[in-house]
Design a protein around this ligand. Structure first.
Ligand code: NAP
Length: 244
């Protein structure tokens, strides 16, 4: 189960292994996804029951949850469905970004709190919460927003001051530095997604001495977890060798 850079890379590595038949599952939210290096299915399964049926119908031997750290519903479903179907589950979860010297982070627990943390006074905000959650900004129309997303925000935000930037990572620090300067950004709003592809905005904010309002991950206790594509491949190798 994917929707992340790591899932795409992992699917490609597994597709090269003659012992493995891999199917990559996407939620189907992105209208124009990047080309995938393995066969793809798209759309929800229909909750835990639907996923259990899917795993059984396909005779699935291993389920890998390589969804985004903030996609908590599908991960919860995967955990439950794998247990019911008796299928080993490997969870690929990239490490969180960790505060570095010079970071001016305000950590919050959800996206609504991130917008409240901007305060009453108008600010120039770089908003990178993703297409599905950008609309929380409508609650604070006094700010000006620069919104970066892979696909257009639909419907557009209702705030009077907003610029949209369509772009897909990975992003470079030099480019994000130039972007923040060009738009006179004074605060960045982001999830603590982890990984390298979108870390550049965090590094750029640090270099410019501007604050970052960072949405923390929910604590979870999901099953056997790996932090990298290579670690997942090791788990898969083990399971194949043990014949599970
Ligand atoms: P979510 O709230 O955890 O999942 C909502 C529902 O979408 C799930 O219950 C499931 O429907 C379906 N779904 C999600 N991922 C799926 C997958 N890989 N394959 C098949 N069905 C899937 O997820 P979300 O936060 O909306 O994210 C949707 C997708 O975007 C995820 O695959 C995730 O990896 C990717 N993504 C999310 C974020 C983020 O910030 N949340 C950022 C980047 C990428 P059913 O219950 O019907 O099975």
């Amino acid at each position: 189960m994917g929707g992340t850079t790591e899932a795409r890379l992992l699917a490609g590595r597994l597709a090269e292994d003659a012992r493995v038949s891999v199917l990559l599952s996407l939620a189907g939210r992105t209208v124009v996804p990047v080309t995938m290096p393995a066969p793809v299915r798209s759309g929800g399964f229909g909750g835990v029951t639907g996923l259990v049926d899917f795993l059984k119908d396909r005779g699935t031997d291993i389920l890998i949850d390589a969804t985004h750290p903030f996609a908590v519903n599908i991960s919860d479903n995967a955990n439950k469905a794998a247990a019911i179907a008796g299928v080993p589950l490997i969870t690929l979860c990239r490490p969180e970004w960790v505060r570095q010297r010079g970071d001016k982070w305000t950590e919050v627990t959800n996206t609504q709190s991130a917008i409240i943390a901007l305060g009453e006074a108008p600010r120039r905000v770089f908003l990178t919460l993703g297409r599905q959650e950008a609309h929380v900004a409508n609650a604070a129309p006094q700010h000006h927003y620069l919104v970066r997303s892979v696909e257009p925000i639909e419907p557009p935000l209702s705030v009077p001051g907003v610029d949209y930037l369509l772009d897909r990572g990975p992003f470079a620090v030099a480019d994000d530095l130039a972007l923040l300067r060009a738009h006179a950004i004074d605060v960045v709003v982001s999830k603590n997604s982890g990984g390298a592809a979108s870390y550049s905005k965090i590094a750029a904010a640090r270099a410019l001495g501007i604050g970052v309002i960072l949405v923390k991950r929910a604590q979870n206790s999901l099953g056997p977890s790996a932090e990298t594509v290579d670690a997942v491949l090791d788990h898969v190798q083990d399971l194949i060798e043990r014949g599970e």
